[in-house]
Design a protein around this ligand. Structure first.
Ligand SMILES: Nc1ncnc2c1ncn2[C@@H]1O[C@H](COP(=O)(O)OP(=O)(O)OP(=O)(O)O)[C@@H](O)[C@H]1O
Length: 657
């Protein structure tokens, strides 16, 4: 046989230099190279052995017997152990009969203590140096192969971590999220169990999740104890294995309660935003062996993503809570107070129409609660989480109407410096309340009708149609039928809007609802004014029932608000309400009305007399405390700012105070 087989040499060289770009790069590389050795040197087999924990293991082989698990095991049993040790110890090739052992200098694998090639087959002296050189090459190349494989594995793991963290973002609850994180960790790190210990700083404990129950309790450990405590303190990964580490570092009580045996453990800190430690991420019992540095790197990556997911779920939960609170607050502004039959009927109708998207036209005088009804419908409907947008059509000048309702594109007109979304788009998914619809211009009405029919808008200056999903509720205090007759309102638009008509009576026609509403506003404003014991005096009640309320509920609300802040004493009396004397209704039919037999003129005089009395009283009190306004306000049972307000209302000078 010639010393060099050219074809075999090229194959061996190719195998030595070629780093496979696969997940199993290392074993593939070894397999190719060992096969190259076998063919080139024409031997029976070439085996790569590793010394680990004082034992020799077959890592890869190329021979006639194949590479199955069984043949590898039987090969391990027939290794020339003495010869291998001798070669490794002396660092020289050892040849005995037809077995040649080539020692390899310390390898790239950190866990590996020593390595060698075991060759079955005759190798003459001349080729022993050659095989020694080639083996050294292989050994050096293995460093790169392993680095490349690790690099590739890391990229794949990063992708898996990213995919997992995208899935975590979908979790709706803490429990589901923590379980998903733990499952991912078990899967990627090949371990039996994973737990996240969230740090409760206030109580000084780490709370283990997901639900690792000890006798039905949550798993809690002091934040300064054990391995998790150590990780929290040092902010560094911590390894433990029952083979080599101190037993007392793990808490065997937990094992006992969970009927579990910890054999190996790895814990890393979970660091969140602004470098804050959220807790500790722990994995237990590697399926094959103890945890390595690469596992710590992977778990640290997972912990970063876990911290982000946990924080963002907390933010999401907080936002959802405050959204619910806001929704509740907003919904409370839509509560329709009143027991009058007409109001009851409106309430019932509102509940019914809320379940549909039918157009509603609410009619009634100013301040009768048209917007309250519209809000009430919105907050009872499926759209309650969408926006409620109110537009006062009377306030829209013709030139702005279209842009206000439908938006405009940048440069659509001189002042259109930026694209602007109109109210229709802004209300998408919710309700658009078009107040004072009777005041809309005819051109505006035509545009509105088209949008209602086609359910799409086109921004001013734009060409694209934009679909809008909006429920429209319109309101007016105008007699639309008259406007239609005078050709100031389009009949077709009227029919489109008036699918469900609702009429709100004037407050004066709602009987004792006046007092029910007054008590409602009293409760609200006396609380805001910090005067929780404030009551309505009888004369105020009677006066309210006799009053004609030209401004309807809005006027009543304002009167109550003013009185809650400005009245003196424990009761709100009639003058405190500041009602317009000329509007007192002497036709009143309620029993209360009859209690008050004062005519309008008398009431006027009464109001004036009370005003004078209040001025005298306030001046007296200010004088008695030597002009100290804070003390005067206190003596009068008012906040200092309310005293000033009251004085201004009474026309008194406040500059001296
Ligand atoms: N039934 C009611 N229960 C509680 N508050 C009400 C009721 N009706 C009206 N209000 C209150 O009265 C005020 C005026 O109501 P709203 O704005 O709904 O009236 P409107 O008819 O839309 O007025 P306008 O025609 O002037 O726009 C609001 O502060 C509202 O909260």
């Amino acid at each position: 046989m010639s010393l060099v087989n050219a074809e075999g040499a090229a194959d061996l060289l190719g195998a030595l230099l070629d780093i496979p770009d696969t997940q199993d790069a290392r074993s593939r590389y070894l397999s190719n190279v060992l096969t190259g050795f076998r063919d080139f040197f024409a031997v029976q087999s070439v085996t790569f052995v590793l010394g680990r924990d004082g034992r020799w293991e077959v890592d890869a082989t190329a021979g006639t017997t194949g590479e199955s698990g069984d043949s590898m095991r039987s090969l391990a049993n027939t290794l020339p152990l003495t010869q291998i040790s001798e070669a490794v110890d002396t660092g020289r090739i050892s040849v005995d009969d037809d077995v040649c052992v080539v020692p390899l200098s310390e390898g790239p694998d950190s866990a590996r203590q020593s390595a060698a090639l075991v060759i079955h087959g005759a190798i003459d002296r001349a080729r022993q140096d050659m095989i020694g050189d080639a083996a050294a090459w292989m050994n050096r190349m293995l460093v790169h192969v392993e680095a490349s494989q690790n690099h590739r594995r890391r990229i794949e793991q990063q992708n898996l971590v990213l995919e997992a963290s995208a899935r975590w973002q979908q979790s709706e609850s803490d429990e589901a999220l923590l379980k998903a994180i733990a499952d991912t960790a078990c899967q990627l790190l090949h371990c039996e169990r994973a737990s996240i210990f969230l740090w409760d700083r206030r109580r000084g404990v780490l709370v283990g999740r997901p639900a690792l129950g000890i006798n039905g309790q949550t798993l809690e450990v002091p934040d300064n104890a054990g391995i998790v405590g150590e990780v929290l303190r040092t902010r560094k990964p911590c390894f433990w294995t029952d083979k080599s580490d101190k037993e007392n570092r793990v808490n065997r009580n937990i094992d006992a309660s969970l009927n579990f045996q910890t054999r190996s453990l790895l814990a890393v800190p979970m660091v969140g935003e602004r470098d804050q430690v959220l807790g500790v991420f722990e994995v237990i019992n590697h399926q094959h062996d103890s945890f390595a540095d690469a596992d710590a790197a992977l778990l640290t990556d997972l912990a970063v993503h876990a911290a982000v997911a946990i924080t963002s779920l907390r933010v999401k939960t907080k936002l959802a809570k405050s959204r619910d609170r806001l929704l509740k607050d907003a919904a409370s502004s839509s509560v329709m107070i009143g027991q009058h039959a007409t109001i009851r009927a409106v309430r019932e109708n509102a509940s019914k129409v809320a379940q549909s998207d039918l157009a509603v036209l609410i009619r009634g005088d100013n301040g009768t609660g048209k917007e309250v009804v519209a809000r009430n419908i919105h907050f009872q409907s499926e759209r309650r989480e969408g926006p409620f947008i109110a537009v006062n059509c009377a306030a829209l000048v013709e030139s702005l109407l279209e842009s206000e309702l439908f938006g405009h594109e940048e440069g659509a007109f001189t002042d259109a410096r930026r694209t602007r979304v109109g109210q229709f788009e802004a209300a998408s998914g919710g309700t658009l309340f078009l107040d004072e619809i009777g005041d809309m211009s005819l051109a505006g009405q035509a545009k509105l009708l088209r949008v209602l029919e086609e359910k799409v808008i086109v921004r001013v200056g734009g060409t694209q149609t934009i679909p809008v999903d909006v429920r429209v509720i319109a309101a007016t205090n105008q007699p639309l039928e008259d406007l239609i007759r005078n050709q100031r309102f389009r009949e077709d638009l009227f029919f489109r809007l008036n699918v469900v008509p609702m009429n709100l009576p004037r407050l004066v026609d709602r009987g004792e609802d006046v007092l029910i509403l007054a008590e409602h506003f009293l409760k609200q404003f006396r609380y805001e004014a910090g005067r929780v014991d404030l009551k309505l005096a009888d004369d105020a009640k009677v006066g309210m029932l006799r009053y004609s309320w030209p401004g309807n509920v809005r006027e009543l609300r304002n009167a109550m608000e003013r009185a809650c802040y400005l009245s003196t004493g424990d009761e709100i009396s009639l003058p405190d309400l500041g009602l317009r004397g000329g509007q007192i209704n002497s036709r009143g039919g309620s029993s209360m009305n009859r209690l008050l037999d004062a005519g309008n003129g008398e009431l006027d005089r009464l109001t004036e007399a009370t005003r004078e009395f209040q001025i005298r009283h306030i001046n007296g009190v200010i004088e008695s405390v030597g002009g100290n306004m804070t003390a005067a306000a206190e003596k009068l049972g008012l906040h200092r700012s309310n005293l000033y307000r009251k004085m201004r209302q009474l026309g008194m000078s406040t500059s001296g105070g």
